[in-house]
Design a protein around this ligand. Structure first.
Ligand SMILES: [Zn+2]
Ligand SMILES: [Zn+2]
Length: 393
């Protein structure tokens, strides 16, 4: 599914403001292990390697003390650079079978004779490393190595030229989501397209391949991944929203509530992390004030009826931040002010989040509020507001 241009842009902003730092830290620590690996395994070392220094599966077998082999390290020490543990062990060409307690080979690719197979595997890996350096795409694609393993080796030796995405299906999903045309291209050409997409955007061009992959997996949906972090942000926002509504309709407040806005800007609220997502604190009192200022009448249509709440027989209404709190990063003043909180009956409140015609509702509320918003120095056009609701013109 294509994502609209504005939506992609918003995801980039969210990634840069919320996740970039974390991924940069991770990259730093995985770079250490990667560099060590590359310096330990030059082409020369690989071509002379003993089979017991190569195969994985030795740790669980208890057979060898020295289980930190080439395969073990590329799979586990470097799992932060792309995890391919889900792929079965024949991916390595030759391997130690823990079940059968013996060396085995991927017969189809390298033949049944272990010694010959291992010589072939080593030769293939050396050719891969050589061809990777020289950008010989056709040669790389023709090598008999298991694709996932092949792309992992390339991204370990040349992290700036090859990406640590090993599934071609995922690459296809990302290209499709970002609306990048790429028919009949090879896996390597597709990777190249993703990298040039990154290079052509001011907000992303400073990303390394590692960061780019982090962005794709955290903020661009892959259907097989149930939820990504972008969806988690929306979910956290809704949770905060409805917990405030529940609270103010349930518990009494002894102070005096405001009957009019302050009509002036306020300082940004503090943020905190909820389920791995940054959210801004919202004041319950401010929301109470907002409902009181609105006279507990639905701001779409004051005729909308609601039930009386048992707390104090006032009509049940829900506060809604017209400019969503998830947009707080983009503003220098607080969005958690009565000027920005509209009072809605619960039907209209649900419609603004889930309705097919919610655009009309948002537009109506915006027109009623824009002057008041401006007094709180929340300056926003209707187009910009719709963007925060993921609505395209
Ligand atoms: Zn809401
Ligand atoms: Zn209503």
């Amino acid at each position: 599914m294509h994502l609209p241009e504005k939506n992609i842009d918003k995801r980039i902003d969210i990634f840069n403001s919320m996740f970039l730092e974390e991924y940069e830290q991770r990259e730093k620590s995985s770079e250490k292990a990667r560099k060590k690996f590359v310096s330990d395994y030059s082409i020369d070392v690989i071509s002379k390697m003993d089979i017991w220094k190569y195969v994985s599966g030795l740790k669980t077998s208890g057979r060898e003390k020295d289980y930190k082999t080439f395969c073990y390290r590329i799979e586990l020490d470097l799992k932060d650079m792309g995890d391919f543990r889900g792929v079965r062990v024949p991916k390595f060409g030759v391997y130690y079978s823990v079940q059968r307690r013996k060396l085995e080979s991927d017969v189809k690719r390298f033949g049944a004779d272990i010694d010959i197979a291992f010589e072939n595997v080593k030769k293939t890996i050396c050719t891969l490393i050589q061809s990777g350096e020289n950008d010989e795409y056709e040669k790389i694609l023709a090598l008999p190595l298991y694709p996932t393993y092949k792309y992992k080796i390339l991204s370990v030796y040349y992290p700036n030229k090859y990406m640590c995405i090993f599934s071609e299906n995922h690459v296809d999903e990302f290209l499709e989501a970002l609306n990048i045309q790429c028919e009949k291209a090879s896996m390597l050409d597709k990777q190249k397209k993703l990298m040039s997409w990154r290079n052509n955007n001011e907000k992303t061009k400073q990303w390394s391949n590692y960061i780019l992959v982090g962005f794709l997996y955290s903020c661009i949906t892959i259907p097989s991944y149930e939820k990504n972090r972008y969806d988690e942000i929306e979910e956290q926002e809704e949770m905060q929203d409805s917990s405030v509504a529940g609270y103010i309709n349930k518990y009494a407040y002894s102070g005096n509530l405001k009957t009019d806005h302050d009509y002036k800007p306020k300082k940004k609220p503090d943020s905190f992390i909820s389920n791995g997502v940054k959210v801004y604190k919202r004041s319950i009192t401010t929301s109470r004030n907002a409902l009181n200022i609105a006279g507990y009448k639905c701001e779409r249509n004051s005729e909308h009826t609601s039930f009386e709440r048992k707390l104090d027989n006032k009509p049940y209404m829900e506060p809604h931040h017209l400019v969503p709190m998830s947009a707080q990063d983009d503003f220098d003043v607080s969005l958690d002010v009565t000027e920005n909180i509209v009072c809605l009956c619960s039907n209209c409140h649900n419609e603004i989040h889930y309705g097919v015609k919610r655009k009309d509702l948002i537009e109506q509320l915006y027109n009623n509020r824009k002057n008041i918003l401006a007094m709180a120095e929340i300056n926003i056009s209707l187009d910009e507001l719709l963007k925060y609701y993921d609505i395209e013109e």
